[in-house]
Design a protein around this ligand. Sequence first.
Ligand SMILES: Nc1ncnc2c1ncn2[C@@H]1O[C@H](COP(=O)(O)OP(=O)(O)OP(=O)(O)O)[C@@H](O)[C@H]1O
Length: 244
Amino acid sequence: MNVPLEMKGVTQVHGRGANEVHALRGIDLTVREGELVAVMGPSGSGKSSLLNVAGGLDTPTSGSVHVAGTDIARRGARERAAVRRRDVGFVFQDLNLVPALTALENVALPLELDGMRPGAARGDAEAALAEVGLLEAADRFPEDLSGGQQQRVAIARALVGPRRLVLADEPTGALDSVTGDAVIRLLRARVDAGAAGLLVTHDARYAAWADRTVHLRDGLVEGGGPGSDGAGLDESGELQGADA
Ligand SMILES: Nc1ncnc2c1ncn2[C@@H]1O[C@H](COP(=O)(O)OP(=O)(O)OP(=O)(O)O)[C@@H](O)[C@H]1O
């Protein structure tokens, strides 16, 4: 089976000329099935850029980004969107639930947009809501849910269907620690069930749930020379301390 995520020599330049920002400067990163990788680093080091490129929301300036075997760096927007909908789940800090849709309809939406029949989409959405412990809230609207419940609906929407790659950008940002722990536990459970996960976090406590941590600085994996994807960087207590 293909590796869920394999990035090689990925660079990304935002802007032009005097405004050019080199957000990513040569990233090699592989995330395998059953593996949760935490991404840490100072503000502006490229964490969000890395996640957006990994999930095909942005294209890199150079390098390859294989998601479940397809190099999305070399595909057009339409094909990238198809890979994204089929294989990638995003958990963002910004919940982005549709206010006019119930929890269940919010979760079913990406499946229906991808052409799944409403009945089948509903069944998968119920399973995803059950996974986050919110099946009883299926028919409620976002405004009738607490912040933590809304976050779980967003997680269910990210995890619905058989996604092989789950990308989370500070998913615990706005949450109290109990709810934050619950979110990370859900992510960990999905990865243990066979997905690959990439988790951007500033919090060493959440990074501790990952199998390994990659530290970014100025668009590069620290200690990750050519041919390395940063595995084993955890041994550097100094870097962990600097980021926490
Ligand atoms: N759309 C854009 N246009 C121009 N510059 C950008 C754009 N997106 C990101 N950048 C720049 O690229 C660099 C990396 O940004 P990125 O958001 O990836 O960092 P980050 O590590 O996620 O930061 P933070 O922790 O603050 O969210 C920064 O210098 C940022 O200003």
